[in-house]
Design a protein around this ligand. Structure first.
Ligand SMILES: [Zn+2]
Length: 219
């Protein structure tokens, strides 16, 4: 775990020094995980005007129990994912102590928190991303929306349901979409996510950035 000191300037003009997190080991500190989920990590408050703001910077999330390593980067870096992936793969190769890990890249806090929710629910993020593509291609309303964002929210085991949040600024949409868990099982049984037999699964499920938006970036 590490923190770095930064000099910040608030919109009110006040300059102050603050500490920001570079990496979090949530196995060593459960408290930090709670703070991440509630949005307190890398949130700062100006001591002069009390204004709170979230500082978008890179952050490494490390869960030793789940063997999950997620490097979050600012959303503005998303289009550079192939180069970034190469860089991180080189770095990982040098570190032989972390084999059998799930290595992921995430762009922005929303993507990181989604990965945490998926792994906490013991689900496979590759299947979740394939499901998102289906949702975007098959939902009659969403087909016509160019800026639709779909994020996994939760798995309700009792009801055998997967909940996704769907938002679009263009169409002023903010809703929860519920699909049967059977769709997840269908993909798991077909092993499409592991064998990457289709163009779609080849694009979405390979590498460190496992995200349905890659299919759009490549078009
Ligand atoms: Zn201020």
């Amino acid at each position: 775990m590490s923190v770095q000191r930064f000099q910040l300037r608030c919109t009110c003009g006040h300059e102050f020094e603050t500490k920001l997190w570079d990496s979090l080991n949530v196995t060593e500190s459960k408290e930090l995980k709670g703070k991440l989920l509630s949005g307190e990590i890398n949130q700062v408050q100006c001591p002069e005007c009390q204004k709170k703001s979230y500082i978008e910077k890179s952050l490494l999330y490390h869960d030793m129990d789940q063997r999950l390593w997620v490097q979050m980067l600012p959303p503005t870096e998303r289009s550079k994912w192939p180069e970034l992936q190469e860089e991180y793969e080189e770095e990982i190769k040098k570190n032989s102590g972390i084999k059998k890990y799930h290595f992921r890249l995430a762009f922005g806090r929303e993507e990181l928190l989604e990965k945490v929710r998926i792994f906490d629910a013991n689900l496979d993020d590759r299947i979740i991303e394939l499901l998102k593509v289906r949702i975007l291609n098959e939902d009659e309303t969403l087909k016509a929306v160019s800026d639709a964002k779909v994020f996994f929210s939760r798995y309700v085991a009792q009801e055998e349901e997967l909940h996704f949040s769907v938002t679009s600024q263009e169409k002023n949409i903010s809703q929860t979409l519920v699909i049967a868990f059977q769709h997840y099982n269908d993909i798991r049984e077909s092993k499409e996510h592991v064998e990457t037999t289709t163009e779609l699964s080849k694009t979405v499920c390979r590498g460190m950035y496992i995200h349905h938006s890659k299919t759009r970036v490549l078009h």
